[in-house]
Design a protein around this ligand. Structure first.
Ligand SMILES: Cc1cc2nc3c(=O)[nH]c(=O)nc-3n(C[C@H](O)[C@H](O)[C@H](O)COP(=O)(O)O)c2cc1C
Length: 427
């Protein structure tokens, strides 16, 4: 399996975030002049050819998205970088911003010039205080070096970039809630269609929203070409990828591997297996919004299409591993509680459903549940799936429904024994 460490070679080391370091170690700002030589159309064609799929969750082809921006619109165009990274178990964008912010900035400059945008916003979650500071300083360096400002790389092109800090709401990672928040409104998702903000986005203008990691791939694609990028990963799932692993493994952390890397190899070899000599029980491969996989289902490759085929999703590549000493109902309570607290409350099925789901799981786990509660959980999930303005409804329904379906016997045991068979450890 072809692989090359392109992101994480100096993660964890100090003082790597400066412009000098980037230029010396990462061919820093050599892709920008190359993209100018190529021109916007060729850059767009190269990104399309690379097959780069969005790293924010949905895996939508990046070049296709850029191509949606209307060329003949008189309105200003915007590039918005989604640095909200609120999905549980996800911490990859944070590393890019902390250790190589200029990689993302250079990718964003190339993207902005390709779609003819003159303004870039970085929407970063409020909790990323350190990373917001690093980005501010890196952007200042880029202005001073002439990569941003009134005369980008001597071309006369005007391009500005600012960091906007969110207030810590999960929903503001959903791109239309993010745009509302950026406009100073409540962070509530917008009604679809339009399904993309390409025509009507920020301030009603054509907008591309891209994830941090997606944009960090762009300088490499411009410099080394689509063919190089396509060496990594199976068909239609190309590139090196940052995987975040948390939970019950011996060596949790951030691992850079090609898309299509076997999940069990990552867990057993790279992460040193399950901790405390226990066995693997289940895993969420793409943050808590992804349907859970049983231990047997974890024999799968980590890419968009393989995981979709296995009934789950790559999502944000936040892999959360669960050992066999863990009560799945406790996991479900944690999950349901998170979504209850984070629901923006706009849609009734989500606002009410998340609350009922949390209450039902708590009741079941403490031994006060009824057998009918299991069907009720599924019923509530079915009524949330596809009935809300944004995909938050599915992000709640999919994991919770998958847990009750795949671990039904364990749920039933709580009802028949009128207690948690795993004991009363805090959840
Ligand atoms: C509830 C919800 C939360 C999301 N949170 C994030 C997030 O924190 N970061 C992110 O990049 N995308 C997030 N997304 C996906 C974005 O809406 C959007 O698809 C993504 O930023 C597009 O970038 P990409 O095409 O480069 O992946 C979220 C989606 C939903 C429905």
């Amino acid at each position: 399996m072809q692989q090359e460490i392109v992101f994480s070679k100096y993660y964890g080391q100090g003082n790597t975030e400066g412009l000098d370091y980037y230029k010396k170690n990462d061919q820093g700002y050599t892709a920008l002049p190359r993209s100018l030589e190529m021109g916007a159309e060729k850059v767009l064609a190269e990104v399309k050819e690379s097959g780069l799929r969005g790293r924010g969750g949905a895996g939508f082809p990046c070049g296709t998205k850029w191509g949606f921006i209307p060329k003949n619109s008189e309105k200003p165009k915007y590039l918005v970088i989604n640095a909200d990274e609120s999905e549980p178990g996800t911490f990859k964008d944070r590393a890019i911003m902390a250790y190589q912010p200029h990689l993302m900035i250079e990718g964003a400059i190339i993207a902005a010039m390709t779609i003819n945008a003159h303004m870039i916003y970085v929407y970063i979650r409020g909790e990323y205080v350190k990373e917001a500071g690093i980005l501010d300083r890196a952007i200042e360096e880029a202005y001073k070096a002439g990569y941003l400002g009134n005369n980008v790389a001597g071309t006369g092109y005007k391009l500005d970039m600012v960091v906007h800090r969110g207030a810590g709401a999960y929903i503001c990672g959903e791109e239309t809630a993010l745009l509302n928040s950026l406009e100073g409104k409540r962070g509530e998702p917008r009604i679809k269609p339009p399904f993309f903000p390409a025509a009507i986005g920020l301030f009603g203008c054509p907008t591309v929203v891209n994830n941090v990691e997606t944009l960090a791939c762009v300088p490499m694609i411009v410099n080394r070409g689509a063919a190089w990028f396509k060496q990594f990963g199976p068909e239609k799932n190309y590139g090196m990828k940052l995987f975040c692993i948390s939970g019950h493994v011996n060596r949790p952390g951030l691992y850079e591997r090609p898309l299509g890397y076997p999940m069990m190899k990552l867990i057993n070899e790279d992460c040193g297996g399950i901790w405390k000599g226990r066995k693997l029980k289940a895993a969420f491969p793409g943050g808590s919004s992804a349907p859970v996989l049983t231990a047997e289902q974890c024999e799968v490759n980590l890419d968009f299409d393989s995981l979709a085929k296995a009934g789950s999703m790559l999502g944000s590549a936040g892999i959360m591993v669960i050992d066999d000493a863990t009560c799945m109902l406790k996991v479900a309570i944690r999950t349901a509680h998170f979504y209850q607290v984070e629901s923006c409350g706009q849609c009734t099925p989500c606002r009410e459903g998340t609350m009922w789901l949390k209450d039902l799981h708590v009741r079941l786990e403490r031994g006060d549940g009824k057998v009918g509660d299991l069907d009720l959980i599924e019923d509530i999930c079915n009524n949330m799936d596809g009935t809300t303005i944004c995909a938050f409804g599915e992000a709640t329904a999919w994991p919770l429904r998958s847990m009750v379906k795949k671990f039904r016997t364990e749920y039933e045991q709580h009802v028949t024994e009128k207690r948690c068979p795993f004991g009363t450890a805090a959840h």
